[in-house]
Design a protein around this ligand. Structure first.
Ligand code: NAG
Ligand code: NAG
Ligand code: NAG
Ligand code: NAG
Ligand code: NAG
Ligand code: NAG
Ligand code: NAG
Ligand code: NAG
Ligand code: NAG
Length: 888
């Protein structure tokens, strides 16, 4: 009897449990159907009962329960609580969507969960304590949300956690001690929050911590020794906190450290000599602290060191000559310390050195003849020291230099004529506040890219040579407080300077100091004054672009760091030497039904072949890429990426993704992206009809010249509409030109290069980007002075495109004459006694009376757009209206 009961009980138990399971099976299917409905998931074929094959769904081996759910990057919003009913889930990725509200407490019921990624959403309020019940969690990623409150102590139960990412939220309170008790923790990132208090002194003590990134918080107290205890650390980022105390010598135990960034804290003491034990160190940044003592020569053992930044500390002593061994060193930044002695010759010969900033120290040596014997140097910043002696003739070897700052030193002798060899000098040449004497060399006039020249406060004598008029890019000059004599040459940048730029000289005369030099022939000056040479403006902007290009080094370093972080996070390792194939770090196709057709490797390969090159833009090069599927892509390779703007790759990816959703018939949007090594590729549809520039100016190649004004007008309206839409969504285009307008098979125009405008968003204002302003001939005159990209600036550039359409002429052309561009040429027509008809493309305007009338109306709009006063230019929306009215 008892036996029977037992059997029955067992049987019943089995039955009921199998019934339970069956119920669960039905449930998971039913829940997925509800999820599909809630999130409007069109990619799930809900009629197909085999839900395990739906995209993003992974099932248990017996195909009955959902174990994996990947709904990342779908732009989803809605009630995520539903998902918590998929009780067998082990892996849940909801990253990069638009989910908002609180993280559901019910997620705490997903007890089998090993990976939970909710990053890049808009989740708000506090982290639910229920997550602490997810005992099996290995990876928790809550970063890039709006989470607030403290990191709850209840999460202490997450003993298996290996990766813990909570960066870029609004968390406060301190880092709980239990994080230090996580024995499996490999990566912990909590940067960009409001965390305060000490870093727990047990952090990393029992785990194999590889990546610790806590930058931009309010953390105080010392850098705990514990983080070096297990000797596995690879990347340490603590920048921008309030950390005190000194750098523990045990840092030297971490042989695998590649990047240490501890700048902008309140650290004191010496840099431990053990730093030399970290032979793989590539990046050491400890600027803006209170560190002191000597700069340890042991850095020289870190043969891969690429950047060393110890600026704005209290270091004294000499610059170790051993640094000459650092053959990979690109940037050595030691400004704002108390270093003395010589500028070591060995350092100057580091063959990859790009930037040497020793300004604001007490260096009391001379400038060695070996200067620039390696010619990579672009920035040589030595101002505010006690440098003595003459400027060596060898300065002429510095042909790559963009900026030379030697102001406020004790240099003697004269300015060597070889200075004119530094043809790339653009940003500044500053020799002010020294003891230089003698004549100004004529050769200065060869520095035609130089924007700022400061020779003030020396004992220079003689005339200002007329040859200095060769400095076509000059906008800032200062010759004050010297012994100069004679007339100031008639040269716009001189006369445009404040008269203080010429004060304190022995006997200078003429504008801007005095109207004339007595008997002068200066009446012509006034006229010349107004003819601000457009060339100058162009050149200035050109220099700006070079400045931009030169931030590349830093960017590369930054990307490198990102890669190391990725690697440390357990992601893809950056090496695939065996195949020689670049390793794709990240990539995505935003359009579901194109995913199959696009092959990342083929796209990358296409960009390596010269013959695939379609065009070279200001910021990018475009390649044609034929996919194995037969699809043709246009692949844009970004030339360089700004470190501060693209704060990290993920943000950039998010930006691109957002742009992919900007739908307007006249805008080209990205359909995907690929990141490999330090390169970012943006994928676009391929438009075989080429660019508007080709259509207008290369009629022989792709297009036969057809006098077709209506097509041109509709192109003009389309471009205007695209730009009006961009302005409507608060995006300022950085590079409007006919070369960035593509034509589809119906000659519908599509404005491109929008990503650049967004990725390098100038409204976020950084020095490196404010100077970037687009293509020659399209740059509004005010950019030269304001260095600020604006909506009215866009209107100007659009006006140039419209003029191109009307005149079939290039924006800059030798034919217009010296310093005259298309805008000036058109504006100058009345003065030359030409009628507007003589400006328009006669092949079009003579076809019919109606066309001519419309073209004249469009010309009026173009002139409004290119008004030299930004405020007088119409808004883009108004431009669209005016153009549409033309045909009505
Ligand atoms: C699914 O079935 C419904 C009703 O039977 C039908 O209207 C719908 O078109 C089907 N959807 C797909 C994708 O087959
Ligand atoms: C299917 O597998 C899951 C776990 O993998 C298990 O919990 C469940 O009992 C299995 N169901 C059946 C019907 O075997
Ligand atoms: C979200 O779904 C859950 C059930 O999964 C339900 O209890 C809850 O009320 C829903 N919340 C909202 C705001 O609809
Ligand atoms: C978690 O599951 C338990 C038991 O099934 C249930 O009582 C509770 O309501 C669930 N919690 C949430 C937040 O859904
Ligand atoms: C979240 O963090 C995990 C673990 O580090 C990582 O694998 C994943 O890629 C991250 N998610 C996103 C969207 O970056
Ligand atoms: C961390 O672990 C230590 C040693 O096992 C234990 O004494 C301590 O209570 C733990 N601390 C926390 C906050 O869990
Ligand atoms: C580590 O650095 C110290 C100080 O420079 C040195 O004395 C020691 O020999 C180094 N240890 C190793 C293993 O290189
Ligand atoms: C320096 O970098 C190279 C290339 O990344 C690497 O192969 C080498 O091991 C590194 N050297 C040290 C000492 O870590
Ligand atoms: C440079 O300054 C240091 C420290 O003040 C001093 O010892 C040294 O003699 C000076 N060298 C020269 C050449 O003046």
């Amino acid at each position: 009897m008892e036996f029977l009961t037992l059997v029955t009980a067992i049987l019943f138990g089995l039955l009921s449990s199998s019934r339970l399971i069956t119920a669960q099976v039905v449930d998971d299917h039913a829940i997925l159907l509800e999820i599909a409905k809630e999130f409007s998931l069109s990619s799930w074929n809900v009629n197909q009962s085999d839900f395990c094959s739906w995209p993003g769904v992974g099932c248990s081996s017996n195909q009955s329960m959902v174990e994996r759910l990947d709904l990342s990057r779908h732009g989803l919003q809605g009630n995520v609580t539903l998902i918590s009913e998929l009780r067998a889930l082990k892996w849940l990725d909801l990253s990069s969507n638009n989910f908002h509200g609180s993280i559901p407490q019910a997620f705490g019921n997903l007890s089998l969960l090993e990976v939970l990624d909710l990053s890049f959403n808009k989740f708000e309020s506090s982290v639910p304590v229920e997550l602490g019940r997810l005992k099996n969690l290995r990876s928790l990623n809550l970063s890039n949300n709006y989470l607030s409150g403290v990191i709850p102590d209840e999460l202490e139960g997450l003993e298996k956690l290996q990766e813990f990412q909570i960066y870029t939220n609004r968390l406060n309170g301190s880092i709980p001690r239990w994080v230090g008790n996580l024995t499996n923790l490999r990566s912990f990132t909590a940067y960009e929050n409001g965390l305060s208090g000490n870093i727990p002194d047990n952090l990393g003590s029992v785990s194999e911590l590889q990546l610790l990134n806590l930058h931009s918080n309010q953390l105080e107290g010392p850098v705990p020794e514990s983080i070096f205890a297990m000797e596995k650390l690879e990347v340490l980022v603590l920048t921008q906190n309030k950390l005190t105390g000194s750098i523990p010598p045990s840092v030297g135990n971490c042989k695998g450290l590649s990047s240490i960034r501890i700048g902008n804290n309140e650290l004191i003491g010496n840099i431990p000599r053990e730093i030399g034990n970290i032979t793989g160190l590539t990046y050491f940044e400890a600027d803006n602290n209170n560190l002191s003592g000597e700069i340890v020569s042991e850095f020289a053992q870190c043969s891969n060191l690429t950047l060393l930044n110890l600026a704005s500390n209290g270091f004294s002593g000499i610059i170790p000559p051993e640094f000459g061994q650092l053959s990979n060193l690109q940037e050595l930044i030691l400004s704002g310390n108390s270093l003395f002695g010589e500028i070591p010759i060995t350092v100057l010969t580091c063959k990859n050195l790009n930037k040497l900033d020793l300004s604001s120290n007490r260096l009391n040596g001379t400038i060695p003849q070996e200067i620039c014997s390696t010619s990579r140097l672009q920035y040589l910043l030595l101002s505010q020291n006690f440098v003595r002696g003459e400027i060596p003739h060898e300065i002429g070897n510095c042909i790559k230099l963009l900026e030379l700052q030697m102001g406020s030193n004790y240099m003697t002798g004269s300015i060597p004529p070889e200075i004119g060899h530094m043809k790339n000098l653009q940003i500044a040449l500053n020799l002010s506040f020294n003891h230089l004497r003698g004549l100004l060399p004529q050769e200065l006039g060869r520095l035609d890219k130089l924007v700022a020249l400061d020779l003030s406060n020396n004992q220079l004598s003689g005339n200002i040579p007329a040859a200095l008029k060769g400095m076509l890019s000059l906008i800032e000059v200062d010759f004050s407080n010297n012994q100069l004599t004679g007339p100031i040459p008639t040269f716009v940048p001189f006369q445009k300077s404040p008269n203080s730029s010429f004060f304190g000289n022995k006997a200078l005369c003429g504008e801007p100091l005095s109207p004339s030099c007595g008997n002068s022939n200066g009446s012509g000056n006034v006229n010349y004054h107004h003819k601000v040479s457009y060339r100058i403006i162009l050149a200035v902007i050109g220099s700006g672009l070079a400045v931009f290009a030169s931030v590349t080094v830093v960017v590369l370093l930054y990307m490198m760091r990102e890669r190391q972080e990725e690697a440390a996070k357990g992601g893809v390792t950056a090496d695939d030497e065996t195949t020689g194939k670049p390793v794709i770090i990240a990539g995505n196709v935003f359009i579901e039904n194109l995913r199959q057709a696009i092959d990342f490797d083929a796209a990358v390969k296409a960009t390596m072949k010269e013959s695939n090159k379609l065009s070279i833009g200001t910021f990018s090069t475009v390649y044609r890429a034929d996919m194995p599927s037969g699809m043709i892509l246009s692949v844009k390779k970004l030339r360089s990426m700004d470190r501060t703007l693209i704060h990290h790759q993920s943000k950039m990816i998010r930006e691109v993704e957002r742009l992919s959703k900007l739908t307007h018939a006249n805008l080209i949007r990205p359909i995907g992206f690929i990141i490999y090594e330090d390169v970012a590729l943006l994928l676009h549809q391929y438009y075989p009809n080429g660019t508007l520039a080709e259509f207008l100016h290369e009629s022989s190649k792709k297009h036969e010249y057809k006098p077709d004004w209506p097509t041109r007008l509709s192109i003009a309206i389309g471009v205007a509409e695209g730009l009006a839409f961009l302005h409507h969504v608060a995006i300022i285009h950085l590079d409007i030109s006919s070369g960035n307008v593509l034509l589809d098979s119906n000659f519908n125009p599509l404005v491109g290069e929008i990503e650049i405008s967004k990725l390098l968003d100038p409204s976020r204002g950084t020095a490196s980007i404010s100077a970037v302003a687009g293509s020659f001939g399209y740059i509004p005159p005010e950019y030269a002075y304001t260095m600020q990209v604006t909506a009215p600036g866009n209107v100007y550039s659009y006006g140039v495109v419209l003029l191109e359409i009307l005149t079939t002429r290039l924006p800059v052309d030798e034919e217009f004459g010296e310093g005259v561009d298309l805008v000036k040429w058109v504006q100058g027509a009345p003065l030359r006694g030409e009628t507007p008809e003589q400006i328009l493309d006669a092949k079009l305007s003579t076809v019919s009376f109606a066309w001519r009338k419309e073209m004249l109306a469009a010309l009026k709009v173009a002139l409004l757009c290119t008004d030299s006063t930004p405020a007088k230019r119409p808004k883009m929306k108004k431009v669209v209206e005016m153009l549409q009215e033309i045909t009505e």
